[in-house]
Design a protein around this ligand. Structure first.
Ligand code: ARG
Length: 469
């Protein structure tokens, strides 16, 4: 046990209490952020004349030394320390002596942990954005290549109207684009530094909070020291955005699983992204898609867990908040892996274009267009709807499709039909006449692709502005 406190205690902490309280097994992830925040803090302390230039230099040398020793493996982060902050400070004092004891001047672990976590999350927001960009690029390529790949569109899992693979992928493009924008918003809202808030009531030292905020690339300092140490909203927002990403990935996974099934065969997942069965030699299972769908639950779990942790907490810091870390770290790892693997699976997936097209031709996906044909020739829509309904029934009895009927058969049901009906209800016409912005017709899709290309080219991914890297 190596603790930063103990002066007012007369007894050793019970070992089980120590273990229950300790967070180093998971907050060691914040090691780099703890060093970065400490360096910014001492640079500011020296600028304000609270530390001498020599003390500052010696502390920075000590901190960077600790960092390289941890990086090269000669210094291990062990459970001898309660948390990552104690580990860094204790090692600093061991290394440079008394000057090290001044690092914590005007700082509390409460603002320190708030800062470390913010720095960590800020960079993870960008990493997740980059992974989303990778997925968007893959989707964009598939969209560009499949503007005239016809397939059935579904409502209620029933074939409804024909569309294109480009259009279907475009729906997911919009979802993941919103996810990127959500992360962007979160980044902007969270990018204020809590450092200098102390335990919760600031400090009597003349700190320059704007300066340390600037050194770490923050927009500025936070404005209420009590809120600064007690705020976990940005984590909740981030977990909510991660949950939405997983919800999108999970819906997409579900479609891939259906499309990859023996019955559909719209796609074939690459061998590298499939697994076999230990007993059934013929099997090739869509495990990646299933796992992504399955892991969605644990990311939602993280969000609900933190919301619940926070709901009854009085101001300001309470140790309950230490529970923010494990679930958040797990959610981030899960989402990053899911995004990378899903993108790889999609990138290598084969689309059975012919099977999709044949499927679109069956199942009366042109029934709406057949009704529109009659409407364009003066039949009121409600009557047209009834006539096509009868036609569908007739086709079902004969096990055929509308466009395979003879003109005599069509005329027997409505004399309005002429031979130009075949062109009007062809798959190509059904899709290509849908030209409203956002619809599957090629010209409309090309306009959307142009707008989305611009979005991808201008996609904001901020560089790390930290002076220490
Ligand atoms: N490990 C703690 C956490 O994650 C650090 C803050 C400790 N502050 C305190 N007053 N005990 O929240």
């Amino acid at each position: 046990m190596a603790q930063l406190w103990g002066g007012r205690f007369t007894k050793q902490t019970d070992q089980m209490v120590y273990d229950f309280n300790a967070s180093i097994s998971f907050d060691k992830r914040l090691f780099n952020q703890d060093i970065e925040g400490s360096i910014a803090h001492v640079i500011m302390l020296a600028k304000q004349g609270i530390l001498t230039g020599e003390e500052k230099d010696s502390i920075i040398k000590g901190l960077t030394g600790i960092r390289s020793d941890v990086e090269n493996g000669s210094l291990l982060i062990t459970s001898k320390y309660e948390d990552i902050h104690s580990f860094v400070e204790a090692n600093l004092i061991e290394r440079i002596g008394d000057a090290g004891k001044k690092l914590h001047t005007g700082r509390s672990r409460n603002d320190q942990v708030a800062l470390d976590m913010k720095l960590y999350i800020r960079s993870e927001v960008l990493t997740v954005t980059e992974h989303l960009k990778g997925l968007l690029e893959t989707l964009f390529r598939i969209m560009e290549e499949n503007l005239t790949t016809y397939m059935p569109g579904f409502t209620h899992m029933q074939k409804a109207q024909p569309t294109t693979l480009s259009h279907h992928m475009g729906a997911y493009f919009e979802m993941f684009k919103r996810d990127v924008l959500r992360l962007h918003d979160i980044y902007k809202r969270m990018n204020y530094s809590p450092l200098g808030s102390g335990a919760f009531a600031g400090t009597t030292y003349p700190l320059d909070r704007a300066y340390s905020a600037f050194l770490m690339g923050f927009e500025g300092p936070t404005l209420n020291s009590m809120d600064s140490v007690a705020d976990r909203d940005y984590l909740i927002e981030f977990l909510s955005a991660l949950s939405t990403i997983m919800m999108h990935l999970s819906r997409f996974s579900e479609e891939v699983i259906i499309w990859n099934s023996n019955e559909y065969r719209f796609v074939e997942i690459d061998d590298a992204y499939s697994t076999g069965s230990s007993i059934m030699p013929q099997k090739k299972n869509p495990d990646i898609a299933e796992l992504v769908r399955g892991k969605t639950g644990r990311v939602y779990g993280a969000l609900v867990s933190l919301l619940t942790t926070m709901k009854g907490l009085p101001l300001a810091y309470n140790k309950d908040m230490q529970e923010d870390k494990e679930v958040t770290f797990d959610a981030i790892d899960t989402v990053k892996k899911s995004l990378v693997l899903f993108t790889g699976m999609l990138e290598t997936m084969k689309f059975n274009v012919k099977t999709m097209e044949v499927s679109a031709m069956k199942g009366f996906t042109n029934a709406t267009d057949a009704a529109d044909y009659l409407v364009n020739r003066g039949v009121p829509f409600r009557d047209a709807h009834g006539i096509i309904g009868q036609l569908v029934l007739y086709c079902l009895e004969k096990d055929t499709s509308i466009d395979a009927l003879s003109i005599e058969e069509l005329k027997a049901i409505s004399p309005v039909f002429e031979s130009d009906v075949y062109d009007a209800v062809s798959l190509k016409t059904c899709v290509e006449k849908r030209l409203t912005l956002g619809a599957p017709g090629q010209k409309a899709m090309e306009e959307v692709l142009r707008i989305n290309r611009e979005f991808l080219d201008q996609l904001w991914i901020n560089e790390d502005k930290s002076p220490d890297k």
